[in-house]
Design a protein. Structure first.
Length: 291
């Protein structure tokens, strides 16, 4: 068996160490410069970061934080937010005075609700020549335009001045959680069809000229109502020539009802008739119970 000299490994190791030592001695100055440069760069970066933190705290973020703290501790003015959440007032046009017979007049005014999510209940009365008429109850649906009437007001002469007074506002916000699509919800409950709408010119009855409008009202909704009102408007061209109002009691779903309304005076040259339903669909008491 051949014998290996144990001094061979130690000789090789010594040569490697010698080469490493030689390289180190030859590059000692360079390594020292690299170390010094690294320490200088590290010190500059560390010192710069520290200076930035001090400047940022005392001159930038610090003052902002103090100012924000002051704002949070000061009283908050909620008036602007409340103003945005409050409903806008109702709009109103001028009062029209129409003759409806001997020494009788109809008062008509158009009002509007600019709020798409507020129902309004109110009291109103007309004032003619400084004299207030009896108060009435009214309502207007969200985003609706409608008319308020005072029919067959007795007066010896045609009123020269007429105005409207509205009081006792009761605003009711539409709950978006319960009614996700108000327009569809409204149209479903106001789906009434007017068929065979006719204006019948005046005929003489007991020496009184009587003009009439007849039509058929059909309840196309799935709801039955205790009462449904209908405005009837007569137009001569674009001008309003006459108004009336009729109420149908116990108007059942799917039912068709004939309706006839009269004016006790001649109304010539009527070119158009409009019939508009009215019902407070937010009032649970207007709906008849389901049998």
């Amino acid at each position: 068996m051949p014998h290996q000299d144990p001094s061979t490994d130690s000789t090789d190791l010594s040569e490697k160490q010698l080469k490493l030592a030689t390289w180190y001695v030859g590059h000692k100055v360079l390594l020292k410069r690299i170390l010094i440069g690294f320490l200088i760069v590290f010190s500059v970066v560390f010192l710069g970061y520290g200076l930035y933190g001090i400047i940022n705290y005392y001159f930038i973020e610090g003052p902002k934080f103090i100012e924000t703290t002051k704002e949070l501790s000061s009283p908050i003015d909620y008036s602007a937010a409340r103003a945005r959440l409050q409903p806008q007032g109702l709009g109103a046009g001028a009062v029209s005075v129409l003759s409806s017979g001997k020494e009788k007049y109809d008062l008509v005014i158009k009002i509007s609700n600019p709020n798409s999510n507020w129902l309004v209940n109110f009291d109103y009365n007309f004032v003619i020549d400084g004299q207030p008429l009896p108060a009435q109850k009214g309502f207007i649906l969200p985003g609706e335009e409608k008319f308020l009437l005072a029919l067959s007001v007795e007066s010896k002469v045609k009123p020269r001045q007429a105005s409207l007074e509205i009081s006792s506002f009761n605003w009711q916000r539409v709950d978006a959680r319960e009614i996700s699509d108000y327009v569809a919800w409204r149209d479903e409950r106001l789906n009434f069809a007017m068929e065979e709408v006719k204006f019948l010119p005046a005929v003489i009855r007991d020496k009184i000229a009587v003009s009439r409008v007849s039509f058929k009202a059909k309840n196309l909704t799935v709801y039955s109502f205790w009462n449904v009102g209908f405005y009837i408007f007569l137009y001569r061209g674009s001008s309003l020539a006459g108004v009336n109002y009729v109420t149908l009691g116990e108007f059942v779903s799917g039912q068709t009802r004939p309706v006839e309304v009269s004016w006790f005076e001649p109304l010539p040259s009527v070119t158009q008739v409009k019939v508009i339903p009215e019902v407070n669909i937010f009032d649970k008491n207007v709906y008849m119970p389901v049998e």
